[in-house]
Design a protein around this ligand. Structure first.
Ligand SMILES: [Fe+2]
Length: 324
């Protein structure tokens, strides 16, 4: 009965999400700067109508509520959301930006790939891949709801704001507040990306042990699965103040590693891959430039090897998660 109630609430949440989605689509329709793709829009409308009909059916037919069906609804919602993204990308302004990027990178991208970009300041809260109380008794529904709807949403909003402000700074060539907005982008961006990973690495059917290549790599990196669990748990328990324990793949050492993250940003966004780095520790310039860090930075551009940066970029861009 509890499970049935939780599925029912999931359907209700989905219904609210669809209402918001419909409203957003309506607003987009009224926006003169958006140029609709003639094929995409009817597809989205069809998907939206089908999903609304399905949700309405399950809501009014409680005996039809099964977890598998909820997974189907989730898949339909993801497809719908991807379509919505591609509509955003079909507006002429973004297409203009896109073709500039395409010319610069001189690469052959499919239209599907480019439609996956999250435009500046347009991150969205990803839907949870299960109902709020699905992880009970381990994590209760009230925590999940607050954590997802309030905390994660505020990271999304904060990241969007920071990205928009930094875009404004670039446009106006005014970087007086760049330190502040970089901090905001790191704090909210790391929050958004880490929570998106967090929701998706949990599942009511979770637990047990990994299999295959992951298990093999865990054993190579930590000797045994048990010592990995112990190390990860101790790292989590010993985070100073607030933060995260994070299992990472190191593309350099070809091993897994366990890291702690105090708070979660330290001026970076977890889930991103560095491409171009500039060392501004004093040891990198002081003997030659003394306190003139600006001069060192200005001159440094003369020795940047863009071929190397491109190689890293071409490898890194193969990693593509669901955009949110
Ligand atoms: Fe959190």
């Amino acid at each position: 009965m509890d499970e049935r109630n939780s599925l029912y609430r999931y359907v209700e949440d989905m219904e609210k999400w669809l209402e918001q989605f419909q409203h957003t689509m309506h607003e987009l329709d009224k926006n003169p700067s958006i140029v609709f793709d003639n094929e995409t829009l009817p597809t989205i409308q069809k998907q939206l109508n089908k999903l609304m009909t399905d949700v309405n059916y399950y809501k009014n037919t409680p005996q039809a509520l099964y977890k598998d069906l909820m997974n189907d609804l989730q898949k339909e919602a993801s497809a719908l959301y991807n379509g919505y993204r591609s509509i955003l990308h079909s507006n002429s302004k973004k297409n203009e930006q896109k073709s500039k990027v395409e010319k610069k990178s001189n690469s052959k991208k499919s239209s599907e790939e480019t439609s996956e970009i999250v435009p500046i300041g347009e991150h969205k809260l990803p839907p949870l891949p299960y109902p709020y109380d699905a992880l009970e008794p381990y994590i209760d529904s009230e925590i999940m709801k607050l954590h997802h709807q309030k905390h994660h949403q505020s990271y999304v909003d904060g990241l969007n704001k920071a990205e928009q402000e930094m875009e404004k700074a670039r446009r106006k060539n005014d970087y007086d507040l760049i330190k502040h907005w970089e901090r905001e982008a790191a704090f909210h961006g790391a929050g958004h990306y880490l929570h998106t990973i967090f929701w998706n690495i949990m599942n009511p059917k979770g637990g047990g042990k990994p299999k295959g290549e992951l298990m093999k790599c865990i054993k190579e990196s930590f000797h045994s699965f048990e010592s990995f669990i112990k190390h990860f748990s101790e790292a989590a328990k010993n985070v100073e103040g607030v933060g995260w324990a994070i299992l990472v793949w190191s593309p350099r050492s070809h091993r897994l590693e366990i890291l702690q993250s105090e708070k979660h940003q330290v001026l970076t966004q977890w889930d991103v891959i560095p491409l171009l780095v500039l060392d501004v520790w004093e040891h990198a310039y002081y003997l030659q430039y003394k306190n003139k860090r600006d001069a060192y930075i200005d001159n440094w551009w003369n020795v940047v090897c863009w071929d190397s940066v491109s190689k890293r970029f071409n490898q890194a861009r193969k990693v593509k998660w669901q955009p949110y």
